[in-house]
Design a protein. Structure first.
Length: 85
């Protein structure tokens, strides 16, 4: 969950944004519970491809976040990407 060009351009983050774009229509048409399931599915796809959801802690290194925080990140990405369209 960092900022800056290096973070935005990281191949894992690019793949993550592509997944969000692929599932965008389904997410927008989904009810609340379905949206949670879609977000969880994306988290699992990333993890199954050896990806991780990391957060930069102030004054320390990157740390992996837990499942609920990763799902929140996915939901946030859907909201942000929707506003860009």
């Amino acid at each position: 969950f960092g900022r800056g060009k290096a973070v935005v351009d990281h191949p894992g983050n690019t793949k993550f944004r592509r997944l969000v774009d692929v599932y965008m229509r389904k997410y927008l048409e989904a009810e609340r519970l379905e949206k949670t399931c879609i977000a969880e599915a994306i988290v699992q796809m990333i993890k199954e491809s050896n990806g991780r959801f990391l957060k930069k802690e102030p004054g320390s290194n990157w740390e992996e976040v837990d499942g609920p925080e990763a799902r929140k990140k996915v939901a946030h990405a859907f909201r942000n990407r929707r506003q860009l369209r």
